[in-house]
Design a protein around this ligand. Sequence first.
Ligand SMILES: Nc1ncnc2c1ncn2[C@@H]1O[C@H](COP(=O)(O)OP(=O)(O)OP(=O)(O)O)[C@@H](O)[C@H]1O
Ligand code: SF4
Ligand SMILES: [Mg+2]
Length: 337
Amino acid sequence: MAKQELLKVEGLKQYFPIKGGFLGRTVNHVKAVDDISFTVYEGETVSIVGESGCGKSTTGRAILRLEEPTEGTVEFRGTNLASISKKEMRKFRKDLQIIFQDPYASINPRQTVSSVLSEAMEIQDVLPASKRRARVEELLETVGLLPYQADRFPHEFSGGQRQRIGIARALSVDPQLIICDEAVSALDVSIQAQVLNLLEELQEEYNLTYLFISHDLGVVRHISDRIIVMYLGKIVEIADKESLFDNQKHPYTKALLSAIPVPDPDRKKERIVLRGDVPSPIDPPTGCRFHTRCPFATDKCIQEEPVLRTAGNMKEGHQAACHYIEEIAAGTKESIY
Ligand SMILES: Nc1ncnc2c1ncn2[C@@H]1O[C@H](COP(=O)(O)OP(=O)(O)OP(=O)(O)O)[C@@H](O)[C@H]1O
Ligand code: SF4
Ligand SMILES: [Mg+2]
């Protein structure tokens, strides 16, 4: 069966104005997301990874229009969410849900679980009031909690259980796409695995599509079908999970992956430590944004921005934005490190 496009992001930019001077004029912009394009197909899990501040959450928020995108289109089932009115956008709110890192922060501590879940259903008008209580109990069972817990308050739950409530709340409106922004990052490793398994089961059962935002490559390896690597507001590599972990091409991806511990002590891995800090997104480097830290950078990298492309032994759909994919793979490109 042909893959169905669910979400198609094209040329997305999110610039945040910086006000300054005594007139409070816009003096500059934080280029948090700077011209990114990608497609998410129905039923798959696409992850976005990258260091803190590279624009992962901003991408998620711009898709949901929690922030008004500066430029670009966000097509959801063929409708450009970035151009419709706020009123029209309300109709799509139930289809696109988000789960945050800290379930406690996004759940009102004075509301019982039942009231949190019923409220979501009421706002989106998914069920008549008389049927909501039964649905709440069913949802709690779906996420591995117990029906009687519906009358409890958020503080009576553990972190993992609260994240299950967050998932139940997202599910209560029958969404198609769930954006998980660091959804398991605050949880202990064993609890993380349980919540990830739950997300996978739910995906299967309800044909959900996930956009999974995380800085944790271990988690991403567990859950993803495809992975997008971001650096300073740009996509530097995009590939299916196997290609990304076994045949990554971009020097930044290589450095990022070299930092994950290998479980097998016989397989030695060299850790690539990048020099310097991530530059400011207010005044990003010219050409390839990674050139200030890349061991292979040349004058061309400083001048010309590389485009995402497939080269050499890369599988279809695997793309990296680097001028020297071939040379680095062949080992003929000298490293300055
Ligand atoms: N509302 C805002 N106004 C100004 N700058 C912002 C705003 N939101 C985010 N930024 C900036 O945009 C950049 C990208 O932020 P974003 O939160 O998307 O990063 P992230 O990849 O999610 O990072 P983390 O892993 O820490 O969550 C950062 O430099 C951040 O400071
Ligand atoms: S284009 Fe140049 S600076 Fe950018 S990743 Fe490739 S070699 Fe490094
Ligand atoms: Mg974030």
